[in-house]
Design a protein around this ligand. Structure first.
Ligand SMILES: Cc1cc2nc3c(=O)[nH]c(=O)nc-3n(C[C@H](O)[C@H](O)[C@H](O)COP(=O)(O)O)c2cc1C
Length: 176
């Protein structure tokens, strides 16, 4: 297994508006649903974003999908790239699509590589999110807030409300 980490020098490291807490939103997204939610959350909380890149090509509608299904079913790891060091942040908010009832290989690799202490967790899903919380918590600390949204509904009014609630819950937990 090979993990590539690209660290960049940033003068600004994701302080929220009041400079009280450094928050990072980390996510993987194959088709954009989780990315959409990540961008909303980062916008509301004024947090820095870091998109995890899975170096295995997962784009094709047939081969990409089948490879992804098979890798996630086996709960395997993959090669990833990301930019930010999560240890420099007070809270890391992690987002994933549900694959084979759990988290994606890229997020599994990220959590295995980084022992993050304070986390919040969100996911987007299709028909059945199944064991995604359990899968996440097996590799991570217990999240201070959680959110699950159906992928095809992420832009709905109801989802916008639930994203705001999730952010409010985080604000209350960490006293931003
Ligand atoms: C390989 C693969 C496996 C999936 N497995 C599940 C699943 O077990 N349960 C579920 O509810 N959705 C499943 N989905 C649907 C995705 O979780 C859903 O479309 C999600 O919103 C995609 O997020 P993204 O656009 O950020 O990639 C799967 C999708 C893919 C590509």
């Amino acid at each position: 297994m090979h993990i590539v980490i690209c660290m960049q020098n940033h003068a600004y490291v994701g302080f929220n508006m009041d400079n009280k807490m450094k928050i990072l939103v980390v996510y993987y997204s194959r088709t954009g649903n989780t990315k959409y939610v990540a961008e909303k959350i980062a916008g509301i909380l004024k947090a820095r974003k870091d998109e995890i890149i899975d170096l295995k090509d997962r784009k094709g509608k047939i081969t990409g999908f089948i490879n992804s299904m098979s890798d996630s079913f086996q709960r395997g790891l993959t090669e990833i790239e990301f930019n930010e060091d999560p240890n420099k942040y007070d809270l890391v908010i992690i987002g994933t699509p549900v694959w084979s009832g759990g988290i994606t290989p890229s997020i599994r690799t990220y959590l295995t590589k980084n022992g993050i202490k304070k986390v919040a967790f969100f996911y987007t899903h299709g028909r059945n999110p199944a064991n995604v919380y359990k899968d996440f918590e097996n590799l991570s600390a217990r999240p201070i807030a959680t959110l699950g949204l159906k992928g095809i509904n992420v832009k709905s009014r109801e989802s916008q409300e639930r994203i705001k609630e999730f952010c409010n819950q985080i604000r209350n937990e960490v006293e931003i």
